[in-house]
Ligand binder design. Structure first.
Ligand code: ACO
Length: 311
């Protein structure tokens, strides 16, 4: 039979054959991946800022070394992901330009401030925990370079999640002030963490098509529910509570019920009006501008070498 390009493509996806950079792909698939992978890369890079804020104030040398390693891992994740996006025909400079101009989105979660050391624990447990829940299925997404990059990213994320949980566990065995500090961090990070999964399925414009293309393997609400179910149990081990009075095990559904998410807050944050959006973008623009001389020096060096070779 004479199959169209589109049919051959969808057939491969349905058979779980990976799509590689030089394969034919629908333009909308390419654009969806560029959008998602670049947003993901920006999230990793912006995500270094809230925790980077605590590197100089970590409570011990050991904690400092762990946090430093974690923040460096995030830089690495951003770089793999920018490389994966480049295979789709966008340049790194274009992606940076989209970030610095405020045109590109990045995860809502990184627009909240890190007020105390316990926030580093809460970010590891909740934010990295949510990231893993979302990213493990991405290891099986249909686009080869993205799927392969996610394998290593997920291994590192699970280390990040454990280090966060362990910080909170240590604080839970500490003084009353330490326990209060940890509970306060959980209270502030819980709702933003469950917002990370994105709008509810009925309000998510991209989910249905991304599921057909096997970019997404689960919907936003499915992943959010799995995450709530896990955290509702883990918080008991910590001896803390989640700030949701409606959180309750439901025998009939086999899941935890939870309260309504404040989508107005979520939409404000993704439109640029969260507590730290301006600060985060200013920090990235400053880093870009401060690094201009390095880029220029590298280009001048390349030029000189080229001339020397030619001579
Ligand atoms: N923060 C900011 N924007 C979001 C968020 C969020 N938490 N959730 C959804 N959005 C945006 C989407 O990017 C989309 O905007 P756009 O059309 O302008 O690109 C819009 O809201 C509608 O959402 P969806 O239709 O649900 O979009 P999508 O199918 O892309 O699903 C999701 C969103 C789940 C975040 C998906 O893109 C994804 O899995 N991305 C990869 C993982 C990732 O980026 N993680 C970053 C945080 S984890 C970390 O970096 C440690």
């Amino acid at each position: 039979a004479n199959l169209t390009n589109e049919e051959v493509f969808q057939d491969k996806v349905d058979q779980e054959i990976r799509i590689e950079p030089k394969d034919w792909m629908p333009e909308a698939y390419r654009q969806t991946l560029i959008r998602q992978i670049s947003q993901h890369a920006h999230s990793e890079i912006i995500g270094m800022l809230p925790e980077g804020n605590w590197i100089t104030r970590a409570p011990s040398l050991k904690r400092k070394a762990i946090l430093l390693a974690k923040v460096q891992d995030e830089a690495g994740h951003g770089l793999y992901l920018y490389s994966a996006a480049e295979t789709l025909g966008i340049t790194r400079d274009q992606m940076y330009e989209q970030l610095h101009s405020g045109q590109a989105k990045y995860s809502s979660i990184f627009n909240y401030p890190t007020l105390t050391w316990a926030d580093v624990g809460a970010i590891g447990w909740l934010v990295d925990g949510a990231a893993i829940m979302n990213q493990v299925p991405l290891c099986r997404n249909s686009y080869g370079p993205y799927a392969r990059a996610m394998v290593r990213v997920c291994k590192e994320e699970s280390f990040h999640q454990r280090q966060g949980f362990e910080i909170l566990l240590t604080l839970s065995r500490g003084t009353e002030a330490q326990r209060n500090m940890a509970q306060d961090a959980i209270n502030r990070w819980w709702w933003p963490s469950i917002m990370m999964f994105g709008p509810g399925d009925e309000a998510s414009p991209h989910t249905a098509q991304s599921m057909r293309w096997k970019i997404k393997r689960f919907t936003n609400d499915e992943l959010r529910q799995k995450f709530v179910d896990i955290c509702a149990e883990q918080v008991k081990i910590l001896g803390f509570t989640l700030p949701d009075e409606e959180l309750k095990w439901n025998d009939a559904s086999g899941h935890y019920d939870f309260g309504a998410i404040d989508w107005t807050e979520f939409n404000n944050v993704i439109r640029g009006n969260g507590p730290c959006n301006k600060q985060r973008l200013d920090a990235r623009r400053k880093a870009w501008n401060d690094g201009a001389w390095v880029r220029e020096a590298a280009m001048a060096h390349t030029e000189k070498r080229k001339n020397r070779m030619a001579a």
